[in-house]
Design a protein around this ligand. Structure first.
Ligand SMILES: NC(=O)N[C@@H](CC(=O)O)C(=O)O
Length: 462
């Protein structure tokens, strides 16, 4: 074990609230066997601490890997307005059971999150009910475009989200004039769902005629995604702004994005990395229906290549629950979306075990990446002075993902029945175990996520 390192040399107390013993921590310098002492929610000592430190609670991490807490920066938790699908309590419960310690929630609720009162309502609703930490996106649209610079700085705001193509909910901003206003007024890195609305409308007849979910990726085709991505990146360059492109799903976009990397950060999702068309539609029907769609292997291979070569910055679930009844409506009336926050880490650990990416790279994509891209204060790495949000996983645990494990009010996962190797065992938030030995403990202790100072001109300052 490396020698003991403490946050403050004068720290003579050597009594922690929580002492995590003998786990293999994934730190910025690699995998190291360490003890971790936490006081008041902060990592205060790292190294060989056994013998010198005492603690209120000790957690034996022998045989486990300790990751900085997983941050899922794209989930839909449906509160207010759609709580028969999910709410902030059930959504964050699923997060913690899946090893996730922080989430950013999307604005396509009812009402939409567009104004200070909408954000305050979500923050109030999360207080005492959220199992993990949280922040909320504001929707960017024609009605609030000119106020975004104020809205995006509000406490608890994760940033601005723009839907360029219509998906679930009533938030659509596809007009270049409005997009220009949004880009001129918001200064934080804006998150974009890029599908071209005009092309989606032109092609909707394809699915209205066939009513076959296998046509989903043909209707919302590669060109729909590429066209919107090219448009918004060009508008961002004109406005000297950086963008965060959500759930990039095509090889063609990745080729384009390589040439514009300095303007964009890139998200991919476990479902695009795990499921493949056409098999997923044959096996799962509308349960595999998602926007942008799950596509053929050629695209999946390109996403993996982009994960490997560093083009991808974050992996997020885009957790988008709908009930099984809603999903059973005949396509295309079935809503797009699937659960994912609880399966994000198990599916990705399984990919680590099959050699598709290293654990270090996974940490970069699920902890360090979100912290870097969004400027999250005090999170994203295991280091002295950082928040004690930690995810402890057993890389060799074999489990079967099943619907009855899913905490989401919608009660299902597209991965029902899938065997995986690698599983979250303990979730620690603010130095307190909220999942211990795979079971929820204590009470919801999630807090609003804080952000570093927001730059006034994204390109020069970030
Ligand atoms: N991803 C989806 O297919 N659905 C999302 C909306 C969205 O992000 O497009 C939802 O809120 O249901």
């Amino acid at each position: 074990m490396p020698p003991k390192l403490t946050l403050d040399k004068r720290l003579t107390q050597q009594h922690a609230d929580l002492l995590i013993k003998s786990g293999i921590a994934i730190t910025p310098s690699g995998a190291e066997q360490l003890d971790i002492a936490c006081i008041e929610g902060t990592i205060v000592a790292l190294g060989a601490l056994t013998g010198t430190w005492t603690a209120d609670t000790e957690l034996d991490a022998r045989g486990l890997h300790i990751l900085p807490g997983v941050i899922d920066s794209q989930v839909h938790f449906r509160e207010p307005g759609l709580t028969h699908k999910e709410d902030l309590e059930t959504g964050t419960r699923g997060a913690v059971l899946g090893g996730v310690t922080g989430i950013f929630e999307m604005p396509n609720t009812n009402p939409l999150t567009l104004w200070p009162d909408d954000l305050h309502a979500k923050l109030d609703a999360a207080k005492g009910r959220a199992w993990c930490n949280y922040a909320f996106y504001m929707g960017g649209s024609a009605v609030n475009a000119d106020q975004l610079h104020t809205l995006e700085k509000m406490h608890g705001c994760a940033g601005i989200k723009v839907f360029m193509g219509s998906s679930f909910g009533d938030l659509l901003t596809d007009d270049d004039t409005v997009l220009r206003r949004i880009l001129a007024n918001g200064h934080r890195r804006m998150a974009v769902h890029a599908e071209d609305e005009a092309r989606l409308r032109e092609r909707k007849a394809i699915v209205e005629a066939s009513r076959d979910v296998r046509q989903h990726a043909i209707w919302r085709d590669v060109e729909s995604a590429l066209k919107a991505t090219q448009r918004i990146v060009n508008l961002a360059i004109e406005a000297e702004r950086r963008l965060h492109l959500l759930h990039v799903s095509t090889a063609d976009e990745m080729v384009f994005l390589v040439r514009h990397k300095r303007y964009v950060s890139v998200e991919v999702t476990p479902h695009h990395l795990t499921l493949c068309a056409p098999e997923c539609y044959e096996q799962l029907g509308s349960l595999a229906q998602m926007n942008p769609p799950v596509r053929e292997k050629r695209h999946q291979d390109a996403l993996w290549e982009a994960v490997r070569n560093g083009l991808v910055d974050v992996i997020c679930s885009d957790h988008a629950p709908h009930t099984l009844e809603e999903k059973a409506q005949p396509y295309p009336n079935s809503p797009s979306g699937m659960t994912g926050v609880q399966t994000l880490l198990p599916t990705m650990l399984n990919h680590v075990n099959s050699g598709r990416l290293t654990l270090q790279r996974l940490v970069d994509l699920t902890s360090a990446g979100p912290a870097r891209i969004f400027g999250i204060a005090g999170k994203g790495r295991i280091a002295l002075g950082y928040d004690a949000d930690l995810t402890l996983v057993d890389l060799s645990a074999k489990r079967r993902i099943e619907n009855n494990w899913i905490a989401s009010r919608s009660g299902w996962t597209p991965y029902d029945g899938m065997e995986v190797t690698g599983w979250p065992i303990h979730t620690v938030i603010h130095g307190q175990g909220v999942m211990i030995d795979e079971a929820l403990v204590g009470k919801p202790i999630g807090q609003p996520i804080q952000f570093l100072e927001i730059p006034s001109k994204a390109l020069s300052d970030v």
